[in-house]
Design a protein. Sequence first.
Length: 285
Amino acid sequence: MKADLHCHTTLSDGSLGIEEIIVQAKRQSLDCIAITDHDCLSSLSRSSVLGQRYGVKVIPAVEFSAFDGKRKAKAHIICYNPKKPDRLEGLCMRTTEMRKTRGKIMANKVAEKYSIPLEHIAKHSSGSKSIYKCHIMHALMDYGHTTKLYGQLYNEIFHTEDGLCAEEVKREIEEYPEVKFVLQLIHSAGGVAVLAHPKVYDNFDLLEELAQNGDIDGVEIWHQSVSKSDERSLLDLSEKHNLITTGGSDFHGFYSHKAKPLGSNLTPPRSLNKIQYFGKKEVSV
C-alpha cells in the first residue's frame, strides 16, 4: 500500500489545491495520502469527500509549527488521525493569526522597497489562511526582481540575522507554541504525534529527549533532507524507543525548496497501519 503522508495545499504554502493533489495522487498510483497543511485543519471534510470520489484514502492531519525553547530552534510536529480535531482548532487559529500579522508586515516592507503592489502579493496568498514567504517571493518573480523563489534575494529579505524582515521572522519563530504543549494537545485530541523532518531544523537532540520520555509517537525518516547515515541513525533510535517511522514528499508543488513530486517518499505499510489504528487493536493492511 503506497502512502505519502506529507503534502501541502494552497490552504497553507502549497501551489496546488486539495482536489488537484488528490487527482495527482491517483495518477501516481498512491493508495493513501495525508494533507498536512501548516496549522490548518480546513482540508479535513473536503479532502475526505474528494478522496472517496477518486479512490484515495486521505488521513486527517495537520503540521504544527512549534518552538524548542531549550535549544532555541523551530520544530514541526505532524498530528495524524486526531479523534477530536476540534480540540486543535484554537491553536491553529492562534498560530494562523500570528503568522498572518507577521506576513502583512513583511509584505508591506517588501512592497515598499521593491516597488511592487501589495495587491499582487495578496493575489498569490488569496487561497491560503496566511501570508507565507513563498507568496511574497512569487510576486517578486512576477515583477522581475528574481528568477527563482529561493536564493540570494530570499536570503536578503528573510535571513534571521540581517535580512530586511529579520525581526518579523525571529519574532514569529519565538511566538510558536512550545513543543511539549503541542504534543500534549495532540494527545488530548487522540492524535498520533510525529516529529517531521528532524534534519531540517537539527532536532536530533530534541527527538532523543522526547523519545526517552515517551512524549513522541513517531518520526519522519523518509524525507528529502535525510541522508543515508541520518536514516540509519533514525531507524536505530526508532527501534530502540518503538517509534512509528513515516515518510512523505513534503510536497509544495511550485513552492518546494527542492523538486520532489508527490509519492517521491513513502510510509511503510506497517507504520500506516499503526497510524490508522492508533489506540485500537491493529488490523493488517
